[in-house]
Design a protein around this ligand. Structure first.
Ligand code: ZN
Ligand code: ZN
Length: 425
């Protein structure tokens, strides 16, 4: 499969825009906004799209979408005939005080682009610009989706709920990417599960309070919660098949305020990560079974309450789409720049979009660390200690080549579909 745009042409089409890309990226980095409040970010994205002569629409509050239907290139069929590709970038920042010392560091105290979504948004704008300006290189429809609220798992759902499916053409394939603390200039792809499903769960245990000196009149939720925490450890160790991935963490346990009062309730906050929907269902069912049984064993007067929140779907890359995109990456970037990514236990809400359309997708990673620095840390086994990862106040992607790589990756992946056929040549 070869694109109608040569690698050299594509490379310069992107590189020519580096000053603009850097400017847009630095603007986003300086002005980070929290999830679902990306108002100024959405405004800037719309301004850039308008400057490119593209129409945009707001979907899901601070979500922005632009659609380029590319008609009637010579001999290529009429009216945007061809495949439809949806490319998505997230746009939100984190509640974190930046500590990078960058000249373009956040100007908003306590808010920081610490996950690289500023780079994702800039790269998608860059890809949209390159595709818009090189319409003879492709035919079909390109949908650029700037999604808010990834960090709270609210944004993709908000866009779907606000009519995304009715307001843009149905894509054949969906694409997304994430910057990671690996060597800049490299790209990781992998078929199958790449990011775990993530679920948070609030459990309220309801016992019976009493004076601390009269425990026999209580159903002590502190003792009950303690026994639940220990018993929950047997789910991954005794119920999930060895070698199958599952994480169950009790991240918070709260009860009582005073030494001599037995409180009447306790609250547990759990986080669960899985790669397999069947394992996820099993873990959830086991949690509820154990908690209910422990409450019964303690003679709790009321049933426990389960509230699921911050739920992220599994991200599982379609093998065919991943093969097609990987092949295009290898052709463009060279085999040494493209590696097989390992699964990450982090989670993402991107897959809600292709899943709502019922279309396949792939999600790849883009390196962001100076390659020499990365190799040096890798050789000493010190990557985890020395290279700030996403969500660190020190997270600072190398602008170059990260921005160019991320932009090219979006263009190359889209052209694997939109530019594939050499019609009319
Ligand atoms: Zn993040
Ligand atoms: Zn992120």
């Amino acid at each position: 499969m070869s694109s109608r745009m040569s690698p050299a042409t594509l490379e310069s089409a992107v590189s020519d825009h580096l000053p603009w890309l850097r400017d847009v990226y630095r603007h986003f980095h300086r002005h980070p906004e929290l999830s679902m409040a990306e108002h100024a970010t959405a405004d800037r994205i719309e301004q850039e799209l308008t400057a490119l002569g593209l129409e945009s629409q707001r979907i899901g509050g601070t979500g922005v979408v632009a659609v380029i239907s590319n008609p009637a290139t010579a001999g290529a069929g009429a009216n945007g005939e061809g495949p439809t590709v949806l490319a998505r970038a997230d746009t939100d920042a984190l509640p974190l005080q930046e500590d990078t010392g960058l000249e373009y560091a956040s100007q908003t105290p306590g808010v920081m682009h610490a996950c690289g979504h500023d780079a994702h948004a800039a790269a998608l704008l860059g890809a949209t610009r390159v595709l818009s300006e090189n319409r003879d290189a492709w035919s079909g429809t390109y949908i650029a989706v700037f999604q808010p609220g990834e960090e709270t798992a609210a944004g993709a759902r908000a866009m779907v709920d606000d009519g995304l499916l009715e307001r843009v053409p149905r894509p054949d394939v969906a694409l997304s990417q994430h910057v990671m603390p690996t060597a800049a200039g490299t790209i990781g792809t992998v078929a199958g599960p790449v990011l775990s499903a993530g679920d948070s769960l609030r459990i309220t245990i309801r016992g019976r309070g009493a004076h601390g000196s009269m425990p026999h009149t209580s159903v002590d939720p502190v003792v009950l919660a303690s026994s639940i925490v220990l018993r929950l450890q047997t789910i991954v160790s005794r119920e999930v098949e060895p070698g199958t991935f599952a994480v169950l963490t009790v991240g918070s346990i709260t009860a009582g305020a005073k030494a001599n009062i037995i409180p009447d309730s306790a609250e547990l906050l759990l986080n669960i990560r899985t790669y397999d929907p069947a394992v996820r269902d099993r873990v959830m069912a086991s949690i509820e079974r154990i908690v209910r049984a422990e409450c019964t064993a303690a003679d709790a007067p009321l049933a426990p309450v389960f509230e699921y929140y911050d739920q992220y779907p599994l991200t599982s890359n379609d093998p065919t789409v991943t093969d097609t995109v990987t092949e295009a990456f290898v052709e463009h970037f060279g085999p040494r720049a493209v590696y097989e990514a390992s699964r990450v236990t982090a989670s993402e809400d991107f897959s809600r979009i292709p899943e709502a359309f019922g279309v396949p997708y792939t999600y790849w990673t883009v390196g962001s660390v100076d390659p020499a620095r990365y190799q040096d840390a890798l050789a000493r086994g010190a990557v985890g200690q020395e290279i700030p990862a996403n969500h660190s106040p020190h997270f600072a992607p190398e602008e170059e080549p990260t921005l160019l790589t991320a932009t090219r990756a979006q263009v190359v992946a889209a052209l694997a579909y939109l530019g594939a056929e050499r019609r009319g040549e």
